[in-house]
Design a protein around this ligand. Structure first.
Ligand SMILES: Cc1ncc(COP(=O)(O)O)c(C=O)c1O
Length: 293
């Protein structure tokens, strides 16, 4: 089902699951901030489940009453870890055991710089996983085009919910995207942008290594943001506020944590829209704020 980006894909799935009697959904913690608000809007209880170095903690998920979970397996948003093979297996086993739905947010899987992107979770269990894709990162968020690849048992309800809300997504925009894909230009664009973003990430890694070596960059060589672990003793809000006074936008991890905790001190650093020179200059401008007290 073609939809208006990830946002509408998630909304349609939550709408349909709530109508089908699901009462609780699990969300990654830390995770995309919109998920909880969207779930609550549909009367669903949103339960945060911890993410560690292997991705979502499926053991903790099993202890909840959730019958759906939203995950970012390719590149966890925002910590940047990949969902480990054993966790993928465990997640599908959990979903099979309690007849649950796994919602796979595949938002930036196109951008992996060190190796080929890992396969989608949806391919492992098409009967359990509803994958939501989007062109927001690969082309532009203003296009509002995405897609849901959903289990057969949900397709009629999803199509009906889509029809009830907006009937269909803009046809001309879809035709333009189809032309881009069929002509091979979309693939060429992805290959080019992978190189561009890969270089920007490399500039970020180098800038931290040179100007703020106590900061540890975490997560995969992927996507268009990275997570910076600050030295102990620094407060993430203080660092972000002081950087803001110098016109450098850094975001605190607390914004993505369900309970708003500020420890361990981490920053989420976007680099997709910045030139390599700006990245170097930006980190240089705040380097003194990134040293252990
Ligand atoms: C975690 C996550 N998923 C998906 C998206 C894409 O959302 P949309 O397709 O609605 O623009 C974003 C955009 O920032 C995001 O951060």
């Amino acid at each position: 089902v073609v939809c208006a980006g990830y946002a509408q894909g998630l909304d349609l799935l939550f709408r349909v699951l709530a109508r089908a009697g699901v009462g609780e959904v699990a969300l990654e913690d830390p995770g995309h901030r919109d998920g909880r608000k969207n779930a609550e809007y549909h009367g669903l209880k949103a339960t945060p489940v911890a993410v560690d170095a292997l991705g979502i903690d499926v053991g903790q998920l099993t202890d909840t009453g959730a019958r759906a979970v939203v995950v970012t397996p390719a590149h966890q948003a925002p910590t940047g870890v990949v969902l480990a093979p054993q966790r993928r297996q465990a997640l599908v086993e959990w979903a099979d055991a309690c007849d649950a739905t796994v919602i796979e947010d595949d938002y930036d899987s196109e951008f992996r710089y060190d190796r080929e992107p890992i396969g989608a979770l949806q391919g492992l269990a098409p009967h359990r996983v509803a994958l939501i894709g989007t062109v927001s990162k690969s082309l532009s968020p203003s296009l509002r085009l995405g897609w849901i690849v959903c289990p057969a048992r949900l397709i009629d309800a999803i199509a009906e919910a889509k029809y009830r809300t907006v009937h269909f997504s803009p046809t001309l925009d879809q035709l333009a995207l189809a032309t881009l894909i069929e002509s091979g230009r979309f693939d060429r664009h992805l290959r080019r942008m992978r190189a561009v973003y890969g270089e920007r990430r490399r500039a970020l890694v180098d800038a931290f290594a040179q100007d703020a070596p106590e900061v540890q960059l975490q997560g995969l060589a992927a996507g268009i943001h990275a997570v910076a672990r600050l030295p102990d003793g620094l407060e993430e809000q203080d660092v972000a506020a002081s950087a803001g006074e110098r016109s450098i936008g850094l975001y605190t991890m607390s914004r993505w944590r369900a309970g708003g905790q500020t420890r361990p001190p981490q920053l989420v650093v976007g680099f997709g829209h910045l030139s390599e020179a700006s990245i170097k200059r930006g980190i240089g401008t705040v380097a003194d704020l990134l040293r252990a007290p």
